[in-house]
Design a protein around this ligand. Structure first.
Ligand code: BGC
Length: 537
């Protein structure tokens, strides 16, 4: 195993166009990160508070949006993202992945941005947050879908992981832009950071206008010629190149096989058989990603840093966000070297240890022991390192490649919606669990995150299959033939759906097809040996 990521010799055509396409589409992650990151800064802006407080004032007599209104303004985005992620399936299956992305950003997301930019009172701002969130929810499920369906198998993890990198860059940008405009004494203080989002959506839409639709979407629709044209653009090969023809034939045959199984391609089928197991895996993976406590640190971590002597919230945001961006890079590499299972395991162990150390030092030290507080902060940063280099990107990578074509958009929309649902539940409930007046858990909340990370270790061991280096169709074969996740690393793809289809394998189970093919290959090899032996003098 060399150090560099290398294109396998048997893969026909060029890899760079698919890599460029996948990396470009990852840019949509900036919309995701920036949109979720910008509100906390806007809430601190005096001009915004003055306009949106509806006459409410704080103890000092300054305008202050009531906590009820503030919670609505913050959480309405999550409602939008959750619904948007669920709607991504019908949109991506009806309009296609490409047009779906264009409509989501150009129409839905931009409507949200327009409403927020023109707003000078709460109703349009709240409606704007909802629509922008809806757009982000749609995009957040469609990007990994588009990337998985276009990327070469040997670098798919890195490409989909780049989406997470863009999310982290979006979060960092939001912190920087808010800081730059917060002290303006006109509406530009919030309008500039909000309106800047047009730039992200124009870049994404502009690019999508020239990029191709995914060949797999065309196959799903039975548009074989369009599929060939799209793949020839991605691989830079003529439409009738044998490598291209056989790759498409395999995708088509695998899809036909899935469709020939008793089930159809409705929502009910997402819960049956190995697809049900995969859906459970994907939803649990996204839920545990959130339950690892990442957004507690990004949303509420300021007070921990303040106690350790960092008074400026901007410095805190820059520190945590920069670690988040930089640490994603090793993850992009390791996802193809250690594989999904190995990296998630390593990340879960690292996150568990760091969260428990934060919990223990934070709880034992109380608020007075500065050196213990600093030690806790150091481990918060180490936790971010482990998250960003493993569970951050890999949750998106794995959910993008888990499902068969016939239900991929539906299942992926449900795993993404689970991410947003947990994001909302945690953001909404943690103040109640942590605050003195309520649950008063304080630093002990890190025991909750630590325990969830410990659970993640068991989860990865029991349920995450190694999918590194497999085509999306071989992932179907993997789930069809290997019952236990911990045996998945030994799996070597051998089945040809195309061959099975030509041999009249319809109606067989995946296992029957695989046995029939290996028996036939063994007997062909044997016949060859016999005839060779006969030819010898
Ligand atoms: C998560 C977000 C989180 C971000 C942090 C994403 O993968 O889904 O909830 O804020 O990572 O980088």
């Amino acid at each position: 195993m060399g150090i560099a990521l290398k294109k396998p010799d048997d893969e026909p055509g060029a890899a760079w166009p698919a890599i460029v396409i996948g990396l470009f589409v990852a840019f949509g992650g900036v919309l995701f990160g920036y949109d979720t990151g910008t509100i906390s800064g806007i809430l601190q802006m005096p001009v915004w508070q003055g306009l949106f407080a509806k006459g409410n004032v704080n103890a000092e007599g300054d305008p202050q949006v009531s906590s009820g209104d503030e919670s609505l303004i913050v959480s309405i985005l999550s409602l939008g993202t959750f619904l948007g992620a669920l709607t991504a399936a019908p949109v991506a299956d009806f309009f296609g992945r490409r047009l779906g992305l264009i409509l989501s950003s150009a129409v839905v997301f931009n409507l949200g941005v327009i409403l927020q930019t023109i707003a000078t009172n709460q109703p349009p701002f709240i409606a704007g947050r909802f629509f922008a969130g809806y757009g982000v929810g749609l995009i957040s499920a469609m990007i990994p879908l588009y990337q998985s369906e276009t990327s070469p198998k040997w670098i798919r993890g890195t490409i989909v992981g780049a989406y997470q990198l863009a999310i982290t860059i979006g979060l960092l940008l939001a912190a920087i832009v808010n800081n730059a405009t917060q002290n303006r004494n006109d509406t530009g203080s919030y309008r500039i950071p909000v309106a800047l989002q047009f730039v992200w959506s124009i870049v994404l839409c502009g690019g999508m206008l020239v990029l191709p639709e995914t060949p797999r979407f065309h196959i799903k629709k039975g548009q074989n010629e369009k599929a060939a044209k799209a793949l020839s653009k991605i691989r830079r090969l003529p439409i009738d190149h044998p490598g291209l023809v056989s790759e498409l034939a395999e995708v088509r045959a695998a899809h036909n096989f899935e469709m020939s199984q008793k089930s159809s391609a409705g929502y009910a089928d997402c819960f049956k058989g190995t697809i049900g197991k995969r859906l459970l895996t994907g939803c649990a993976l996204q839920a545990l990603q959130q339950l690892s406590g990442v957004n507690f640190i990004f949303y509420y971590g300021t007070s921990y840093f303040t106690r350790a002597g960092f008074q400026d919230p901007f410095i805190i945001q820059v520190i945590t966000n920069t670690i988040n961006v930089v640490s994603t890079f090793p993850g992009l590499y390791l996802v193809e070297k250690l594989g999904r299972r190995g990296l998630l395991l390593m990340g879960a162990i690292g996150m568990t240890v760091s969260q428990f150390i934060v919990a223990i030092t934070g709880t034992a030290a109380g608020t007075t022991d500065l050196s213990a507080q600093r030690a806790a902060i150091a481990f918060v940063c180490i936790y971010i390192f482990f998250f960003a280099s493993s569970w951050g990107p890999v949750a998106w990578v794995v959910t993008g490649e888990l499902f068969p074509l016939k239900v991929r958009a539906k299942a992926l929309s449900m795993t993404t919606a689970t991410n947003w649902l947990l994001n909302f539940v945690i953001a909404f409930s943690t103040p109640y669990i942590v605050d003195e007046e309520h649950g008063n858990l304080q630093s002990r909340v890190f025991f909750i995150w630590g325990s969830c990370c410990a659970l993640s270790i068991v989860f990865v061991w029991a349920l995450i299959y190694e999918t590194k280096g497999l085509t999306l169709e071989q992932v179907d074969e993997l789930y069809g033939l290997v019952d236990k996740a911990w045996k998945s690393k030994e799996f070597r793809p051998a089945l040809s759906f195309h061959e099975a289809q030509n041999e009249g394998g319809q109606g067989m189970s995946m296992r029957q097809m695989s046995i029939a093919q290996s028996e036939r290959r063994a007997s062909q090899a044997h016949a060859k040996d016999v005839s060779y032996a006969k030819e010898q003098p």
